[in-house]
Write a protein that binds this ligand. Structure first.
Ligand code: S3P
Length: 745
């Protein structure tokens, strides 16, 4: 065999769309020395040769007996129920050294045929299924590009030789397909739902309409929806008949499941049950959107869709000034809570200004997975059809919350109070974050929660435990822990109190009150009592001060800057950044102060004034906890030394934010070092360089704005997670004057 070739000769038995396309693809790419077609009808053989799909063709496979051996591959691409006949013929005339594979859509019946003919699982027959096709059929439909970027599922049998499996794998890879392996039965069950059921429905639907003469016009006036939905009813009828029959048990159970669901939908339409119809449609839409994203390894939001497969790097040119009036997206903390409390309320909650970032969308999806009907988000508007405190349903699988610590910790409190079992999982970064801070006090309340090693996610929550209220002295200033326990308190017998060592954001308490639930505060202790209910309300979410921070600091470090951020939440538990920047000498003006839905908001204007280094008061740390990465950039541009203490919580955020910032600032030429609970930074001249964000959104955005004062270009690695909190960051950054280039690879 010529070593430059992937295989020697390729024989394709059945020169239709599937076989013909492999033949044409191999020919075009020089994968094999010769492509030989085998077809029952001489006319097909002639066409295949004339079209250039094969080099030569025959109607008798036995004619090839003397010339095939090691290195040659036979691909059987005939309807499933004909495979047995072809296999019998091959066995009787071809050498056992030849590699044989197939393309049938059902593998169980073909495996049975192989075993029946060979009396066991032979080394040479490697079963497979290309997940590609089209409604077209026949030799004229052969397409050399059909398999590019498509998946081929191989379902090797125990007796298969490694050399044969490898040969088939390499052949498919050479035509640019991705090869996966699966067990035969798993393959048939998966395909029954994802392929065989939709084909059965499409054939049946078109047949139903075609038989009803009154519906003649449907075909004449068919709109895009009908055309898209029924495209696959033009597929090869014999092939699909064989598929249905050879995968009968799995296809029947898929059809039963569908009929039951369709009957339920019929019932909802009959009863004019608008909410539940909306539920079916919004869940389906979200699942379809997510599915589209999943196919390209993406998450929920549109921005993440655009980030398909990509490693995102920001290249930021040095210099510039920051000018303009902008509104940053909605507050992340409030967005999470609007979905949570809206879902647990009685009635319909309308939300405006919802942050369509990955983290808040993860919370939204989790509640959809628990049966809550949620419409949107669309331009920040979300409608939540509350199910009441006891109306959540068991999710069908683990609740995946991506990068979002807030989702996981707050949900843990709610789930601890449910009757059903649940599991919370997240991405790689979240899987490293501490969850004992919620799991231990919840256990004290009577919840049964299992974590992975050292209190890391996933969290497995065994429902049905009777919770009882506790008085909890929080060892760290954490709004997430406080909120988790207060939410669990809604389900716990008696009163639940949390005492905080320092004030932390109080959005949960404010919003609970907004939903009509009584929350008491005495000194540093917050108390809720079970037995109440949440009543739906409307929520207008202010712009996120944590996102606004990047532009406040951008203007604060750049001479000539003047920026206004509108409608920003200035809740007293969140304004540490304003207080700290003021102490550093920034020129900040608040105007248009008002209250929106229980939260204070204002427009914030910042005009450049030189900054000086300070000792950051520890009392401000919890009030600016998410703003330190940006504040450390401000410190690097200030005159003198800035000392941060009491901020050890920064080490357990999306990454160790103290170390990540010190590493990056050091790379950029700033004298600084990390301490156990903070950092010491001497102001100086930022240089250019390449810094790592460690997939942390706030680290990535902080180094982006640093370029305004740098002497050279700054490259920031791994910026995809900016979408978790600030999906349109790069657009706004460019709009206000930052020279930023986004590079996807
Ligand atoms: C949040 C609380 C803070 C913050 C996080 C959001 C919240 O975390 O860092 O981004 O929404 O409650 P801790 O409470 O753990 O400090």
């Amino acid at each position: 065999m010529n070593t430059a070739l992937v295989i020697n000769k390729l024989v394709v038995v059945g020169i239709g769309l599937i076989g013909g396309s492999l033949a044409a693809a191999c020919k075009k790419r020089g994968v094999c020395s010769e492509v030989i077609g085998v077809a029952r009808r001489a006319e097909v053989c002639e066409r295949a040769v004339a079209n250039g799909v094969v080099d030569r063709a025959t109607t008798q496979i036995s004619e090839l007996a003397g010339e095939l051996g090691e290195g040659d591959v036979v691909f059987i691409a005939v309807p499933t129920l004909t495979v047995k006949k072809v296999l019998a013929e091959i066995k009787s005339c071809l050498s056992p050294a030849v590699t044989i594979t197939d393309g049938a859509s059902v593998k169980g019946s073909v495996r049975d045929d192989v075993v029946a003919i060979y009396g066991g699982e032979p080394s040479q027959v490697v079963l497979g299924h290309p997940i590609a096709g089209s409604e077209k059929s026949g030799v004229d439909a052969a397409d050399p590009e059909l398999y590019v970027d498509h998946r081929i599922i191989l379902t090797p049998l125990k007796g298969n030789g490694v050399n044969h499996i490898e040969r088939v794998t390499k052949m498919w890879q050479a035509v640019q397909a991705e090869v996966l392996e699966m067990d035969v039965d798993e393959h048939d069950a998966v395909l029954a739902s994802t392929s065989h059921l939709p084909h059965a429905i499409a054939f049946s639907l078109v047949d139903t309409l075609a038989h009803d003469h009154q519906n003649e016009n449907i075909f004449r006036y068919a709109a895009g929806g009908f055309r898209d939905f029924t495209r696959i009813a033009s597929s090869d009828a014999t092939m699909w008949r064989d598929i249905m029959l050879s995968n009968k048990p799995a296809v029947l159970s898929a059809i039963d499941m569908f009929v039951a669901n369709l009957t339920r939908l019929r019932g909802m339409i009959e009863a004019e049950d608008a909410t539940n119809i909306t539920g079916v449609f919004t869940r389906a839409k979200a699942a379809r959107d997510r599915f589209t994203n999943m196919l390209s390894h993406q998450a929920y939001s549109k921005t993440m869709q655009e980030n398909a497969h990509s490693h995102i790097v920001y290249k930021v040119a040095p210099g510039g000034t920051v000018q303009g009036t902008i509104r940053v997206p909605g507050d992340k903390s409030i967005s999470h809570r609007s979905i949570m409390l809206g879902s647990l309320a009685e009635g319909v909650t309308h939300v405006e200004g919802f942050l369509e970032g990955e983290d808040a969308l993860a919370t939204l999806q989790a509640f959809r997975d628990m049966g809550v009907v949620i419409e949107g988000p669309e331009d920040g508007r979300v409608t939540v059809h509350g199910v009441g405190l006891h109306g959540l349903q068991a999710p069908s699988g683990p609740l995946y919350v991506g990068n979002s610590g807030t989702s996981m910790r707050l949900l843990a409190g709610i789930l601890a109070g449910q009757k059903f079992e649940s599991e919370l999982t997240g991405d790689e970064s979240l899987t490293k974050r501490p969850m004992n801070r919620v799991a231990l006090p919840l256990a004290e309340m009577g919840a049964s929660i299992a974590t992975a090693n050292e209190g890391r996610p996933p969290l497995k929550i065994h429902g049905g435990a009777a919770l009882k209220g506790i008085n909890y002295d929080m060892p760290m200033a954490s709004a997430q822990v406080k909120s988790c326990l207060l939410l669990a308190g809604l389900y716990a017998e008696g009163k639940t109190s949390v005492t905080e060592p320092a004030p932390t954001r109080d959005h949960t308490e404010r919003m609970l009150r907004g939903f009509g639930y009584d929350v008491q505060r005495t000194g540093d202790t917050i108390t809720v009592e079970s037995g109440g209910k949440l009543t739906a309300t409307d929520i207008d979410i202010p712009a996120d001060i944590s996102s606004a921070t990047f532009f406040l600091v951008a203007a604060a470090i750049t001479p000539g800057s003047d920026i206004t951020l509108t409608h920003v939440g200035i809740n007293p538990t969140r304004i540490g950044v304003i207080n700290i920047l003021n102490l550093m000498g920034a020129n900040i003006e608040l105007s248009n102060e008002r209250e929106v839905g229980g939260e204070p908001v204002a427009d914030i204007r910042l005009r450049y004034a030189p900054l000086k280094g300070i000792e950051v008061p520890e009392s401000q740390v919890p009030l600016a906890i998410d703003e330190f990465p940006a504040l450390m950039v401000a410190a690097a541009c200030a005159e003198g030394t800035t000392v941060i203490t009491g901020a050890e919580e920064l080490r357990v955020k999306e990454t160790d934010r103290i170390q990540a910032m010190i590493d990056g600032l050091t790379t950029l030429g700033i004298k600084c070092h990390a301490t156990e609970d903070g950092a010491i930074i001497e102001g100086g001249q930022l240089g250019g360089g390449e810094v790592e964000s460690f997939h942390d959104h706030r680290i990535a955005m902080s180094f982006t704005i640093a370029a305004l004062r740098a002497s050279g270009e700054i490259t920031v690695n791994n910026c995809a997670n900016v979408s978790t909190s600030f999906p349109n960051f790069t657009q706004l950054a460019k709009q206000v004057g930052i020279s930023l280039e986004v590079i996807r690879s």
